[in-house]
Design a binder for this molecule. Structure first.
Ligand SMILES: [Zn+2]
Length: 251
């Protein structure tokens, strides 16, 4: 059995529109903090060292994370949209399929024709409940300004095609699941049509699905299917997303 890490860390990045700060508190300072309620400081601890800790200030949408229906809107399928802590865990431990979307010849947006063609090429038919991972190769740019601005996103039609095939969890190795913000904004400004803004996310108000954003290392999975994906989201109370240490398990 091999376990392949498909996750990016939660870490500060100067180009990330979502600011993350991590305060690393060392063992000495941690000892002062722990001892304070009892009137002690670090000198009371063995070796004058207490316990370290980190204080993280960030959003639920940094690092590799799972978006829940509640992120997309207050309602989904006419009912209150489920938050990340309310979703069935069965969704997040299932057979995986990698679809290679690194070839840009299908255009900027990933749609049904590309998905159908690529699945036929690997000889796989989707089964309900599988976790589909879309590999664009954008994770190679992680940390650069380009990572946040230039990537292939999924269109509403592509998302609907997968969800209608019974897929509940769709992952991608880009900053966001939809096309880049600048692309959506330009299309919206040119047409005035609001359906250009976050079309896949907004589709999630009609049909329930989760997306994993900011995956990495999908090219390290040696087979396009026949492996398991584990992507349990961290249980953040009433949250629209949760961080996840996503892995592929190959036997
Ligand atoms: Zn997100």
């Amino acid at each position: 059995m091999r376990i392949i890490d498909l996750s990016l860390a939660i870490e500060p990045n100067e180009h990330d529109p979502m600011t993350t700060t991590i305060e690393w508190i060392d063992h000495g300072t941690g000892g002062d903090m722990l001892g304070r309620p009892a009137g002690l400081d670090r000198s009371a601890f063995p070796d004058s060292l207490g316990l370290s800790l980190e204080i993280v200030h960030t959003t639920t949408h940094v690092g590799t994370h799972v978006d829940a229906p509640a992120h997309y809107g207050p309602l989904c399928e006419g009912r209150p949209a489920r938050t990340i802590d309310e979703l069935p865990l069965e969704w997040f431990f299932a057979d995986g399929v990698v679809i290679d979307c690194r070839d840009p010849s299908f255009g900027d947006t990933i749609g049904p024709a590309e998905l159908e063609t690529k699945l036929a090429a690997i000889g796989h038919q989707l089964s309900p409940g599988e976790i589909v991972l879309l590999m664009t190769g954008a994770d190679r740019l992680w940390g650069t300004a380009e990572y946040f601005r230039k990537f292939r996103g999924v269109g509403r039609e592509g998302t609907a095609w997968l969800v209608e095939a019974g897929i509940r969890v769709i992952g991608i190795d880009t900053f966001g699941f939809d096309p880049p913000f600048e692309t959506m904004l330009a299309a919206y400004k040119a047409s005035g049509r609001r359906e250009f803004l976050w079309p896949s996310h907004i589709y999630g108000r009609e049909r329930e699905y989760c997306q994993i954003e900011r995956l990495a290392n999908l090219d390290a999975i040696p087979v396009p299917y026949g492996f398991k994906v584990v992507c349990f989201p961290i249980k953040v109370q009433r949250a629209g997303a949760g961080w996840s240490r996503v892995v592929a398990i190959v036997s």
